[in-house]
Design a protein around this ligand. Structure first.
Ligand SMILES: *Cc1c(COP(=O)(O)O)cnc(C)c1O
Length: 350
């Protein structure tokens, strides 16, 4: 159809992880959601914001989400002018490409990591270059000077699990002529993060989300932390009312309940270590993970077969058809009872 831009007409859309209709009858470990509920304070805040008969909903929400920037700024130790809130971190990833990469210009990322970067680049008409990983978990063949407009680094890496050392990320920041975007979706489950580099390098942006660690995937809440000049540019691009009232109320309550976050992430980390060790005892190679998921593969078992065996038992995990990943599975870490059932099912499948 010649009404469409050729790159839009020819592109494949992004395919998100499968969301079954009868979700309650599954153990759902395929999209790294949190199996625990969000903080009870989040639910209270949403109900309070809604008011009797939904009275608050007839007026627009705050356009700037200023209270959220303040709450996030307080939590991470940045002035609110260094923070932008987003309708899921996907929104801010999209706007970073719109802000930095013109048609025909290049963005880069590690493969395997988050393939949505490529979809966003295609929409923009930007070119994409991917880099593999070395055995010691560094970017293979990363140039002395990377000239692309943005390099996206998912750290901790998903689907594999390890985080890149901060010293290495700092070296990458120096080697990037354009922006280095650190997608720290899973940082709350990790031993550390690279937030300090945002202060030190004006080409470093960190993105975070409340979808995974805060158990709020359904609210669509993300953020970016960057130099105020970058934040100001992103503010020009976003939808002016990008976060609805209920999401804004939920976000402040969630960020302010750090005790709940720590307890929840602590449980998941503990289960992650237990589950990884158990899988190793039955012959799986499990990459040490800093996220709320593990990538596990077994030299004498086919990833697809295990996936199908689990599917038949109403346990949903992620199998990638990509040749470098198809031998294994990415399994989100749910509650301890969910993971005990999953382990029993994997043993049964053999
Ligand atoms: C889940 C995920 C996102 C998207 O997060 P939202 O805030 O839900 O949009 C971004 N990057 C990575 C690596 C993810 O796994």
């Amino acid at each position: 159809m010649n009404l469409l831009r050729p790159n839009i007409a020819s592109m494949n859309g992004y395919v998100p992880g499968f969301q079954p209709a009868d979700i309650a009858s599954w153990i759902k470990l395929n999209t790294n959601e949190n199996s625990y509920p969000p903080s009870p304070k989040v639910v209270e805040a949403i109900l309070a914001e809604l008011g009797p008969d939904g009275a608050s909903l007839h007026t627009y929400p705050s356009a700037s989400s200023q209270k959220l920037r303040e709450a996030a700024g307080e939590l991470y130790g940045f002035d609110p002018s260094w923070i932008i809130m987003a309708n899921g971190s996907d929104e801010v990833l999209n706007n970073l490409i719109r802000a930095c990469a013109a048609e025909g210009e290049e963005i880069g990322y590690v493969h395997p990591s988050y393939s949505y970067y490529a979809t966003l680049a295609e929409i923009q008409g930007a070119r994409v270059r991917t880099y593999g990983l070395t055995d010691d978990f560094r970017i293979a063949g990363f140039p002395e000077r990377y000239e692309g407009k943005i390099f996206f680094l998912t750290t901790p890496n998903a689907p594999l699990g390890p985080a890149f050392p901060v010293e290495y990320i700092e070296e990458l920041a120096q080697r990037c002529a354009g922006m280095l975007v650190l997608d720290e979706t899973y940082a709350d489950f990790a031993d550390g993060n690279a937030l300090d580099l945002v202060r030190k390098y004006d080409n470093v942006v960190v993105t975070r989300t409340l979808s995974k660690s805060y158990a709020l995937a359904g609210m669509r809440l993300g953020l970016a932390i960057a130099h105020p000049e970058i934040i100001a540019a992103l503010d020009k691009i976003r939808d002016h009312y990008n976060l609805d009232r209920l999401a804004q109320a939920a976000c402040v309550a969630a960020l302010q309940d750090q005790a709940y976050l720590k307890e929840c992430c602590g449980k998941i980390r503990k289960t992650r270590e237990w589950f990884s060790a158990e899988l190793r005892t039955i012959g799986y190679n499990v990459i040490p993970s800093q996220g709320n998921y593990v990538f596990a593969a077994s030299p004498d078992r086919d990833g697809k077969r295990i996936y199908e065996g689990l599917f038949a038992r109403k346990i949903l995990v992620r199998h990638f058809s990509d040749t470098i990943l198809c031998h294994g599975l990415r399994i989100s870490i749910g509650t301890q009872p969910e993971m005990e059932k999953t382990l029993a099912a994997i043993k049964e499948i053999g």
